[in-house]
Write a protein that binds this ligand. Structure first.
Ligand code: PNS
Length: 183
């Protein structure tokens, strides 16, 4: 009998096994129903889904990072999914590698997003080829929902029903009416 060869590691896969932990990074200021759609579907695709709130955004935020983490925890609990919200600073791929995360998951609504997302994914790949980026198109009913439009509608007193998860709607509408915020 021939001696059994030990299995070779795959040549193309970045890890010797499937990707099990993914990170959905973003600003989530506020989390929208479009984000939630991607998060819920992402949670079903991976063993673990982390939601990463970037700390180093140059933008003047509506909600502090801590408030956004709390909101994401509430939204995840209300959706009944397994996902955890974490904050990260610095390069997203470095954070991912340090946490054993092999995949970044981003929503992709259309061509405008692609123009923004593709260079970001290419740069992230150059910085850390072992972290892959995967794109998920949101359900069509969320295709026009963005944080910017939600903030604009809310600032002018528009209802955010269907645009942000119901469990955080009052808080988001109130903050937008009060005016943008303390960090
Ligand atoms: O929701 P957003 O604002 O499109 O999220 C952008 C985010 C936080 C994913 C992106 O700005 C980011 O990854 N920032 C961390 C800094 C970094 O890694 N930059 C290099 C890739 S662009």
């Amino acid at each position: 009998m021939r001696p059994r060869r030990s299995p070779r590691p795959p040549v193309t896969a970045p890890y010797n096994g499937p990707i099990v932990r993914a990170l959905c990074p973003g600003s989530f200021d506020p989390v929208t129903t479009g984000h939630l759609d991607v998060i819920v579907r992402g949670a079903a695709l991976f063993d673990e889904l982390w939601i990463g709130v970037g700390r180093n955004s140059a933008k003047q935020p509506l909600f502090s990072v801590e408030e956004r983490l709390e909101q994401l925890a509430v939204v995840v609990a209300a959706a009944g999914i397994r996902a955890r919200a974490v904050a990260f600073s610095g390069l997203v791929v470095e954070f991912a590698r340090s946490q054993g995360i092999g995949c970044l998951l981003r929503g992709l609504r259309g061509g405008g997003d692609l123009d923004y997302e593709l260079p970001m994914a290419q740069l992230n790949r150059r910085l850390e080829p072992r972290v892959e980026t995967l794109f998920l198109p949101p359900a069509p009913e969320h295709a026009y929902v963005s944080g910017r439009l939600v903030r604009d509608a809310g600032r002018h007193g528009g209802s955010l029903a269907g645009l942000v998860p119901e469990c955080i709607r009052t808080a988001v509408e109130r903050r937008l009416r009060e005016g943008a915020a303390r960090v």
